[in-house]
Design a binder for this molecule. Structure first.
Ligand code: KG4
Ligand code: ZN
Length: 337
């Protein structure tokens, strides 16, 4: 079954064709980073307009790269939640029109579930149940994946998302938006013990995260340095910040792997590209006797292939929509318990 799916929840306009949830036939991502870079973050209205301009192009290229026409496609998938409402609506309306003009089933996909499904594309042997840590610009959640469409939330951030924290710390250092990738590089060059920063693990819960205290600590540190007329060492700050994030992740993963029977752990989302976090997860898994499944960096960030992969499993579970399908900015999970 070939599914053509669209992703437009934030600042990437993407379309892809995936066969049977596992084989990528095409995967087109048009990033808006260059547009938003000058504003230091995503401007929602500009994102919506840029999606409108790009959606036809990604649609045509996804089909032509796969060597297909719309007549060869069996269903249309689309991210309809969560994300920027105007941005989501571009993809949802395009997908709806395409599905009903061509008499094809329409399959709604939760963006977070899509990030998890990116792993099915990279690891043919991976099947639920497993634990998944999803860290993106907007979300940080530890999830028990009980089945392809059955999820249970284990832990989550109480405030900011991991990617947001990387981007904010990056901004303090003077890195442009989004700062995550450059923070990753700088952290390899600095001293992780140089600046004492609080862990990203929350104290009164085994699985939850907090990033706002860490962010405030970085802001206060930068402020103090400025008042003293001293320079910040970007490498040391990036290394110390990353170590604080990794300490939090290490404790949450150890607790979860001890409490749940699953011996499989998945990392997903844009921040799963972070080399230090990947190493931390490797160390935790080897100490707990669990297998670690990492997405290739190309599938960590937002893309259409992950949406098409999850759309396949949604379709098999009977999750389809009609022309009344709407987008939702705030429902973070469609997880069924
Ligand atoms: O999943 P994603 O592409 O978009 C959302 O769904 O939000 O995640 C984007 C986030 C950004 O905050 C970006 O800075 C972060 O992922 N990111 C990284 C790295 N690469 C991307 N964060 C830390 N280390 C990286 N190597
Ligand atoms: Zn995402």
């Amino acid at each position: 079954m070939k599914i053509l799916a669209f992703e437009s929840s934030c600042d990437e306009t993407a379309a892809a064709v995936v066969e049977d949830g596992r084989k990528i036939c095409s995967d087109i991502v048009l990033s808006q980073i260059d547009i938003h870079h000058r504003y230091g973050g995503v401007v929602p209205e500009i994102a919506s307009r840029a999606h409108t301009e790009a959606i036809c192009t990604v649609y045509e290229r996804a089909l032509s790269d796969a060597g297909l026409t719309i007549a060869d496609v069996d269903a249309i998938g689309v991210t309809n939640r969560p994300g920027l409402i105007g941005a989501l609506l571009v993809g949802v309306n395009f997908a709806k029109s395409l599905a009903f003009a061509n008499g094809l089933p329409l399959i709604p996909v939760n963006h977070i579930e899509g990030h998890i499904a990116a792993l099915y594309l990279a690891h043919p042997e991976l099947e639920p149940p497993f634990l998944a840590l999803i860290m993106s610009g907007g979300h940080t959640s530890l999830v028990e994946v009980k089945g392809y469409t059955a999820f249970s939330l284990v832990g989550a951030t109480r405030d900011d998302a991991a990617g947001e924290a990387f981007d904010k710390a990056g901004r303090i250092i003077g890195i442009g938006y989004p700062g995550g990738k450059e923070m990753d590089r700088l952290a390899h060059l600095g001293n992780a013990d140089a600046i004492p920063l609080p862990s990203a693990a929350i104290r009164d819960h085994d699985y939850d995260f907090t990033f706002s205290g860490l962010k405030t600590a970085v802001i206060n540190y930068a402020h103090n340095k400025k008042q003293l007329g001293e320079e910040i060492c970007p490498e040391d700050l990036a290394a110390s910040f990353t170590a604080a994030v990794c300490r939090g992740i290490e404790s949450r993963l150890k607790n979860a792997l001890a409490a749940f029977p699953h011996r499989k752990l998945v990392l997903a989302g844009g921040v799963a590209a972070n080399s230090h976090i990947r190493k931390t997860a490797e160390q935790v898994c080897s100490s707990c006797g669990a297998s670690l499944f990492l997405p290739p960096v190309s599938l960590c960030g937002d893309n259409g292939a992950m949406i098409a992969a999850q759309a396949y499993y949604n379709f098999k579970a009977g999750i389809t929509a009609d022309e009344s399908l709407n987008a939702s900015a705030t429902s973070p999970f469609s997880f069924k318990f």
